[in-house]
Design a protein around this ligand. Structure first.
Ligand SMILES: Cc1cc2nc3c(=O)[nH]c(=O)nc-3n(C[C@H](O)[C@H](O)[C@H](O)COP(=O)(O)OP(=O)(O)OC[C@H]3O[C@@H](n4cnc5c(N)ncnc54)[C@H](O)[C@@H]3O)c2cc1C
Length: 480
């Protein structure tokens, strides 16, 4: 039996296991190496906060692009929908709890194994990959427990990381009980005293999650949320037609490229988007439509940008892209609007220049717009910035040192070919190491959300299965 080790059992790693079990025409021995107790959660869906919701309608939660109603059916029949009446927004659209997505992934894995069409097995090893070593047979993965795995094929799916530490945070501040470096640490957030003054560094969806939690906890103290540009996530727009979206993601050529041609520079792409927005505005259409077309074409655009263009995008345009891309669910938006209205919550354009602890409080040095530096005391400071680059833990480092992988030119993840085969240190695609999900965003541009990850995996399945069993097996059904 061919042995596969999937490193990381969040949405991506678990999706790979499910789809392989369901489609590979011969039995596979699949191991998922994931330190968390439950599979399918990861950083995004691993928590239990009832106010942390998926930032798109439940129809976008697509594991099988050829059966887009699969999640919706589970949501009703599992009773998750009935347990969460607040999930239904005023518009009637559902924004589900992120923990429910984890439940769905576990149930689906279970069901796939029960049906066990091709006799594959899936084993969850609760451990962490810490190093890699070359052997005569291939690659050995060393786990934190000291155990090793030596599979025939490795799938890297250890996606996101927690936010990195800010520069200028002193050791005293870091060790202060009011400093929360990990916004996903629900215990720390729930322990915040209701009258504390709170500083949120970052104003994206992570800050929105923390604000939703504070609101439920009846927080009364003042809250300040800062970011360099002061941009907040846009509200959700019109309800997307999911079938059309899936088809667009899977289509050989995205609409934006069809309209404006291939090989656009960064400048030409921005001008083309402006043109599309002006046209949409003149015709009274939602401006999110033209933006979504660029999102769907991100992979095409990204691969043609030069490195200086990619750097310019990441430095100057990404904050704007992100607030349009990752939109706020109405339930959270309403809580934030109420806190702003009451004067409790203030958004401000500023950069955290330093953080120290004195007299039992944290003192933040904030560089405001116009270059003014102010010092402000807070009881609690929460790092709500997202991870930007590839982790530099020992596992990643040993893989790079051995030439088994190489970071993409922006250091966002690993270089892969168009299917997901990881390129070795010399740039050759390897059949024995694959990557999916966030780790491939340096190749595919926008590869963070479920629909993009699911469609990419769907399209790569025949090649992945072909590598494993020497025959492609039945081609995946058409994307709906
Ligand atoms: C807070 C948050 C909310 C999000 N909300 C949405 C949303 O609403 N809709 C949407 O479409 N997308 C959302 N996303 C994007 C999200 O990244 C993807 O949807 C998807 O969950 C990515 O899954 P993943 O498995 O690739 O990564 P992750 O979720 O990061 O999972 C990676 C897993 O790898 C494990 N791991 C890490 N290192 C190792 C190691 N060395 N050895 C073994 N295991 C390891 C981790 O424990 C983790 O469980 C959100 C992301 C975050 C962070």
């Amino acid at each position: 039996m061919r042995r596969i080790a999937i490193i990381g059992g969040g949405f991506t790693g678990t999706a790979v296991a499910i789809r392989l079990c369901a489609s590979a025409p011969t039995p596979l021995n699949i191991t998922i190496i994931e330190p968390r107790q439950e599979l399918g959660g990861g950083l995004a869906y691993g928590g239990n906060d009832p106010d942390h919701r998926v930032n798109g309608t439940h129809e976008l939660l697509v594991l099988f692009p050829d059966d887009i109603g699969h999640f919706a059916r589970w949501y009703e029949t599992s009773g998750a929908a009935a347990r969460d009446p607040e999930g239904r927004a005023d518009s009637g659209v559902r924004y589900v709890r992120r923990s429910d997505l984890r439940g769905y992934m576990n149930d689906t894995l279970q069901q796939t194994l029960e049906e066990n069409t091709y006799g594959s097995t899936v084993r969850h090893v609760r451990d962490r990959a810490v190093a890699a070593r070359r052997t005569d047979r291939g690659v050995q993965i060393e786990l934190a427990s000291g155990r090793t795995e030596e599979p025939d094929l490795i799938v890297l799916a250890f996606g996101g990381q927690r936010p990195s530490l800010f520069r200028g945070v002193t050791a005293q501040a870091r060790n202060h009980s009011g400093y929360i470096g990990d916004p996903f640490d629900t215990e720390a957030v729930s322990a915040i005293s209701p009258d504390n003054s709170v500083l949120l560094v970052g104003t994206g969806l992570t800050a929105a999650d923390v604000l939703a939690t504070l609101s439920r906890q009846g927080h009364r103290g003042p809250i300040k949320a800062i970011s360099r540009r002061g941009l907040l996530p846009e509200p959700q727009g019109d309800v997307p037609n999911v079938a059309a979206l899936m088809q667009r993601l899977a289509s050989p050529m995205p609409r934006f490229i069809e309209r404006h041609g291939e090989g656009l520079t960064l400048g030409a792409s921005v001008r083309a988007l402006r043109q599309d927005m002006e046209l949409a505005s003149a015709e009274g259409r939602d401006l999110k439509g033209p933006f979504d077309d660029v999102r769907d074409a991100a992979g095409w655009l990204w691969k043609n940008f030069t490195d200086p263009e990619k750097r310019r995008f990441l430095r100057h345009l990404k904050p704007w892209y992100d607030v349009n891309r990752y939109r706020m669910v109405p339930q959270t938006g309403a809580k934030i609007a109420a806190a702003v209205e009451s004067g409790q919550l203030k958004f401000s354009v500023a950069r955290l220049d330093g953080l120290d602890a004195s007299n039992n409080r944290l003192e933040a040095r904030l560089l405001e717009r116009g270059g003014k530096m102010v010092r402000e005391p807070f009881d609690t400071v929460i790092n709500c910035t997202g991870p930007k680059t590839l982790s530099d833990d020992t596992f990643v480092r040993t893989m790079i040192d051995l030439g088994l992988v190489r970071p993409d030119s922006m250091g966002l993840g690993f270089d892969v070919d168009g299917e997901g085969r990881v390129l070795d240190g010399d740039g050759n695609a390897q059949n024995a190491i694959w990557a999916f999900g966030l780790l491939t965003r340096g190749r595919f541009g926008d590869m963070t959300a479920i629909p993009q990850i699911a469609v990419r995996l769907h399209n790569s399945l025949p090649a992945l299965i072909g590598t494993l069993v020497g025959t492609e097996g039945p081609p995946p059904r058409e994307v709906v």
